[in-house]
Write a protein that binds this ligand. Structure first.
Ligand SMILES: Nc1ncnc2c1ncn2[C@@H]1O[C@H](COP(=O)(O)OP(=O)(O)OP(=O)(O)O)[C@@H](O)[C@H]1O
Length: 583
């Protein structure tokens, strides 16, 4: 928690220090009230007292109460402002941190947990700060000040108050011990609920198509029930605390009046009135002492959950991204646009086996290199090493003759246009999706050309608003092929040195696929292209085709060469095309 509080700025600490003045004023005003009450009691009991005197004392009492209210509003306002600014800052630092993560860190935390940590966990800490800033100084100050005011009045009353506070501490201690482990569990269960809810929403079409609503409902129900059970347990324990506190407060009042009654009865006539007034004042102060402990209890209730949340937030903030940034921004012009793998092997973090083994090839500037092979043989993994979504476990991946980890990540990625296997579109317009990101140029001017090259013009220009047409989040208002063409346009609009297509033509019909590739060839002369494909037709004209089998290169060459020499390639080719087409 302390570590997380380092994110508070000096200005906010200064504001907090300023609010302490108001807290002191508030406590002083609160503790003035019993004194005025004692005065009024004395005035009422003194024969010959004037009504105006009582009214004046009552007026001061009212002023103190209003003053206390005003100071508490000011303190609450300051606390809310500090806490809101703090959580906004931590949220944005968390967001930036996650942006810097490689897939390795994102997978290890899980997307659902990262969302809970950026939302629910920050809210827990924010709540503690709001309440803590108001009560953490006030409660001990009020307790000590009130105790000082009543010490020396009567040891019997003091003993009763001390006993009440002792019992209160024991009850709270038991409750905290009972609920503490549940708070830890609550956050993990919230992660789980988030995960199931996310999965349900993203997979809604498949769920409906397979009538799997009941299955998903059960899955959600299990996660929800477990969260509810844990929440209920924690809340039941905490709610049992409130009646106990009320019981203690009432019991303490009763004890003070009982002791007072006995004392007054045995006192002589002259001392009776003073004792009665003392009893009223003492019981008010004793209530303040108990109230102060109650405030501390509230903090103790919020603390464990906020502590768990703070730990979870810190875990993310303190994780060092496994991808370290290099310093280079450009490659020597003699090698520009070149991609080379030198004996690259790779295994996914936490996986036992290597997914790629000793991969070596070179794609020269302007060349088209294609990857083909059975599903799961490692084609996507090869191309994902080029923009450093992951780093090679051994060997070297070079772009422009330089190891990719020597580049600044943004400079490296500016050299590339990457089209992922699953087309990803963002909420916005056609233009905002194509002129996406930043590569140091105004991309807007290239949007129309890119749309024509990617064969997307026919549907984009028919859309309502054309290039300004609305695209829903995830591109849900477009067909699979349309989404693919827009993601291809996004890569082309960057006019990069290297274009990477990870199985990006699969949703296109053969005619569009052929047209798109021939336009691409014309428009992107000099651009190195790396194409992962399942269809021989898509890659037949490539300068080099690499056949992968279980993470290893099983053949490399042109279509004709591989048809001669590589049995795996022949198998794939014959399964897709007739002998006449291949001839
Ligand atoms: N994030 C990951 N963590 C662990 N293993 C992974 C991960 N992604 C992929 N793999 C494994 O790596 C292997 C290669 O996957 P890859 O996606 O590169 O295959 P692919 O040849 O592109 O397959 P496809 O043609 O089906 O897209 C597979 O066995 C897969 O199970």
């Amino acid at each position: 928690m302390i570590k997380l509080l380092k994110h508070l700025e000096p200005r906010e600490w200064a504001l907090f220090a300023f609010s302490v003045l108001f807290i002191v004023a508030q406590v002083w005003l609160d503790l003035e009230l019993p004194d005025y009450m004692s005065d009024i009691t004395r005035l009422i009991q003194t024969p010959g007292s004037k009504m105006s005197e009582i009214a004046a004392t009552g007026g001061w009492m009212l002023l103190c109460a209003l003053g206390s209210l005003a100071t508490s509003i000011i303190v609450a306002g300051i606390a809310a402002k500090i806490a809101a600014n703090f959580s906004a800052r931590v949220r944005s630092r968390l967001f930036n941190k996650v942006q810097s993560f490689s897939m390795e860190e994102i997978n290890s935390f899980s997307t659902a947990s990262l969302i809970t940590r950026s939302t629910n966990d920050i809210t827990q800490v924010q709540m503690l700060i709001v309440i803590g800033l108001q009560l953490l100084i006030k409660a001990p100050l009020l307790a000590v000040w009130a105790i000082l005011k009543i010490t020396g009045k009567s040891w019997q009353w003091s003993l009763a108050t001390g006993t009440a506070v002792g019992v209160l501490i024991v009850i709270v201690g038991i409750c905290v011990v009972l609920v503490l482990p549940k708070f830890q569990k609550l956050q993990v269960l919230t992660d789980n609920l988030n995960r199931v809810a996310r999965e349900n929403l993203t997979g809604i079409r498949v769920i409906r198509a397979y009538n799997a609503e009941k299955y998903q409902e059960d899955k959600f129900g299990t996660a929800n029930d477990e969260l509810t059970r844990t929440n209920l347990f924690a809340n039941n324990v905490l709610s049992a605390m409130m009646p106990s506190i009320t019981l203690i407060m009432s019991g303490l009042s009763l004890a003070i009046y009982w002791i007072g009654a006995v004392m007054i009865q045995s006192a002589d006539a002259g001392a009776k009135m003073g004792l009665f007034s003392d009893m009223i004042v003492f019981s008010s102060y004793a209530m303040q002492v108990v109230m102060a402990f109650m405030m501390l209890i509230i903090i103790f209730i919020l603390m464990p959950r906020a502590h768990v949340s703070a730990k979870r937030i810190n875990e993310v903030l303190e994780t060092r991204p496994s991808l370290t940034d290099g310093s280079l921004t450009a490659a020597p012009s003699s090698h520009s646009g070149e991609v080379e793998f030198r004996n690259v092997s790779f295994k996914y973090p936490d996986a036992e086996d290597y997914v790629l083994k000793n991969i070596s090839f070179t794609a020269k500037k302007g060349e088209t290199v294609a990857f083909i092979g059975s599903t799961g043989c490692g084609k996507s993994t090869v191309v994902n090493l080029i923009p450093r979504f992951y780093d090679a476990t051994s060997g070297e991946v070079l772009v422009g003759g330089i190891n990719v980890n020597q580049y600044e990540q943004s400079a490296l990625r500016n050299k590339m246009g990457y089209v992922s296997q699953k087309a990803v579109l963002f909420g916005g317009t056609v233009t905002s999706n194509i002129a996406f990101g930043d590569n140091g140029r105004d991309l807007n001017s290239d949007v129309v050309d890119a749309v024509y090259t990617s064969q997307a013009a026919d549907f984009v220009e028919k859309m309502d608003g054309s290039y300004d047409a609305h695209i829903a989040q995830g591109g849900t208002n477009l067909s699979g092929g349309q989404k693919q063409r827009l993601s291809i346009a996004r890569a082309i609009a960057r006019r990069p040195e290297i274009l990477i297509f990870d199985d990006s033509f699969s949703a296109l019909d053969y005619k569009t696929d052929r047209k798109l590739r021939s336009e691409l060839k014309k428009e992107s002369r000099g651009t190195t292209m790396l194409i992962v494909a399942q269809r021989i037709g898509t890659i037949k004209d490539a300068d080099k085709i690499i056949v992968l089998e279980a993470g290893q290169i099983a053949g490399m060459g042109t279509h004709e060469e591989l048809m001669e020499s590589c049995s795996i390639y022949q198998e794939i080719a014959y399964s897709q095309l007739s002998k006449e087409e291949l001839a």
